[in-house]
Design a protein around this ligand. Structure first.
Ligand SMILES: N[C@@H](CCC(=O)N[C@@H](CS)C(=O)NCC(=O)O)C(=O)O
Length: 310
């Protein structure tokens, strides 16, 4: 199996989603810790602009966004599956809801003063200020909730999730684990980090027992690498060939045309390159970086937009 390099940092909920996916699949991986705020020169050398966390690197192929990373891990290690036949569609839909709606509700809820104190209490005030300034720019388009709305919405969501587990099923969609478990888990894991406001979870016994089950899947086995080494590894690797792949054209673009690809929700920094892959669920651009060399940067189709560079 190719070397799986996860670029992440400990407190990142979407990174926790992927760490737990790696545990579920029992994979060995390489851990590169990246900064939580800009500047991130080694991340940008690899992606060409995309700055969200986490990234999966396999040689000179860089996979952005955890929806795609989940699919890549499924391709590489199909068992145990994230998409059980009886609930694959539902798993993707519940995961998409959790990665957007539940996630932003959990963030707004956790950023109450008592939650902030638990998460950032040990940070010097200037670091907290730098973090908040970074996120204000990053979140330009993200939904914003105030605390009372976040509390109200979170209670309802937790009740709904508790009801989903009330028949003593082990996993959200039944007997089999699915992607839904990992996407619902990471926002609730973040609330747990916000210890001062995490008590809300204790009113939901099925949900807390389910969280223990997800946590028990672990994080697989990892070894550390410095980010500069990961950039050098990209430079000395060749991206996987995309020749001969069917090319789904929805934009009036030919293979190899210069485009930008950017997220449509938040963290919308564009990545420019030649469009070399256009699958129903995945896009990729090839770019040449002064430090990382020739890399192919991959994105899921959902949540991203492609624009021709004139
Ligand atoms: N849709 C993205 C969301 C990723 C995301 O929002 N990650 C957060 C951290 S958990 C982030 O990028 N924060 C800013 C940063 O790390 O620079 C995914 O599934 O990977």
């Amino acid at each position: 199996m190719s070397q799986l390099i996860l670029h992440h940092y400990p407190r990142s909920p979407f990174s926790e989603k992927v760490r737990t996916l790696l545990g579920f699949k029992g994979l060995r991986w390489t851990s590169v810790i990246i900064p939580a705020i800009m500047p991130k020169p080694d991340v940008i050398a690899l992606t060409g602009g995309y700055r969200k966390t986490p990234l999966l690197q396999i040689g000179a192929d860089i996979y952005c966004d955890t929806a795609l990373i989940a699919d890549v891990l499924e391709r590489l290690a199909p068992t145990p599956t994230l998409y059980p036949a009886e609930s694959a569609g539902l798993a993707r839909i519940q995961a998409q809801w959790a990665d957007s709606t539940l996630f932003w509700t959990a963030i707004a809820y956790s950023f109450q003063p008592a939650g902030l104190q638990s998460i950032f209490g040990n940070l010097p005030p200037e670091h907290l200020k730098a973090f908040m300034a970074d996120r204000a720019a990053f979140r330009a388009n993200a939904p914003r909730m105030r605390v009372p709305e976040a509390i109200g919405a979170l209670r309802l969501y937790l009740e709904q999730l508790e009801a989903q587990l009330a028949d003593d099923r082990p996993w959200l969609l039944g007997k089999a684990t699915s992607l839904a478990d990992f996407s619902v888990y990471h926002p609730l894991w973040y609330i747990r980090q916000a210890a001062g406001v995490a008590g809300i979870l204790e009113s939901y016994p099925h949900l807390t027992a389910w969280m223990e089950r997800v946590q028990a899947l672990g994080h697989g086995t990892s070894e550390k690498m410095e980010s500069g080494e990961a950039v050098a590894l990209a430079a000395s690797s060749t991206p996987v060939s995309t020749e001969g792949e069917a090319f789904l054209d929805l934009h009036g673009l030919a293979r190899g045309e210069r485009v930008t690809v950017a997220a449509t929700d938040y963290g919308v920094d564009p990545v420019e390159g030649a469009l070399v892959l256009s699958r129903p669920n995945e896009l990729a651009v090839r770019r040449v970086d002064a430090r990382a060399g020739e890399v192919v940067v991959h994105f899921p189709r959902l949540g991203f937009q492609v624009q021709k560079v004139e």
